[in-house]
Design a protein around this ligand. Structure first.
Ligand code: ATP
Length: 253
């Protein structure tokens, strides 16, 4: 069994003649929270799209629990235990909070649309949806249409949808984007709680979130992971300071 939940080996990705990811390597251990930071356009979202199977890699390998996933489709990667959230919320606005979560559970279990008329009989999905509802603190909003939630509640639901299937590897794309300081603090607590024992890879621009949550920080510059280390070591890393963090480190202090 692999020591790493997720491993990127010399991954490269070109769009036409432009090489955007240039030999990126990264490891995430079981139970570890890793934040990816880097300047705009460095390739952070592209890395997420490669890991989740949205884009094929040009070369290199990506391993989930020791098994290559580069030839798998996004839903196969999801069912192999990796779940991702998106920068833009990905919820069904006309379904209730509970129904959104139940859909996410059913999807991860592999149910097809034709089974939806039997939903009420699907006890496991119901119980799991109720459990996630509790975890994300939206129990009192259970029957509210998701479109009527506040922005911060929608982002919490998004996290609930991402974890609902019980994936062991969670990818979160800017989970606190657009939040106030207090909303963002609450989101950090939520993420910490729901990822206990899981592996988390997260793209985040807010340095107080990054330094508050991550066990390790991976710095991506021009499509390469130039450093991946503990927050303390990243803050002290001269190469990182020069390439990116100079102005941002003060924000997190
Ligand atoms: N599908 C695509 N086709 C062509 N170029 C793309 C595609 N997706 C991304 N790129 C390019 O890849 C580069 C990296 O983009 P990416 O969105 O991965 O950066 P990022 O680090 O996530 O940036 P940000 O912090 O602004 O979100 C950019 O120059 C972008 O224009």
């Amino acid at each position: 069994m692999s020591a790493w939940s997720l491993e990127l080996k010399e991954v490269r990705k070109s769009f036409g003649k432009s090489e955007i990811i240039r030999g990126a390597s990264l490891q995430v251990a079981k139970g570890e929270r890793v934040a990816i930071i880097g300047p705009n356009g460095a390739g952070k979202s592209t890395l997420f799209n490669l890991i989740s199977g949205r884009f094929p890699v040009t070369s290199g390998d990506i391993l989930l629990n020791g098994n290559s996933i580069i030839d798998k489709r996004p839903f196969e990667i999801n069912r192999a235990g990796l779940s991702r959230s998106f920068q833009i919320t990905n919820i069904f606005h006309r379904l209730s909070v509970y129904e959104n979560l139940r859909c996410a559970v059913l999807w991860s279990l592999g149910y097809k649309y034709s089974f939806w008329h039997r939903l009420n009989g699907l006890k496991d999905a119901h119980e799991r949806a109720e459990q996630v509802l509790e975890q994300i603190g939206l129990k009192r909003r259970r029957d509210t249409l998701a479109g009527l939630l506040t922005y911060a509640e929608q982002r919490a639901l998004e996290i609930g949808i991402t974890i609902a299937g019980g994936a062991e590897v969670i990818l979160l794309d800017e989970p606190t984007a657009g939040m106030s300081r207090s909303e963002s603090d609450a989101a950090v607590e939520l993420i910490r709680k729901v990822t206990v024992g899981k592996s988390l890879l997260m793209v985040e621009h807010d340095m107080s979130v990054v330094f508050g949550l991550a066990d390790k920080i991976a710095v991506v510059v021009y499509g390469e992971v130039i450093a991946c280390d503990t927050p303390v070591n990243i803050r002290a890393n001269a190469k990182v300071q020069e390439a990116y963090l100079g102005g941002h480190a003060a924000e997190a202090a």
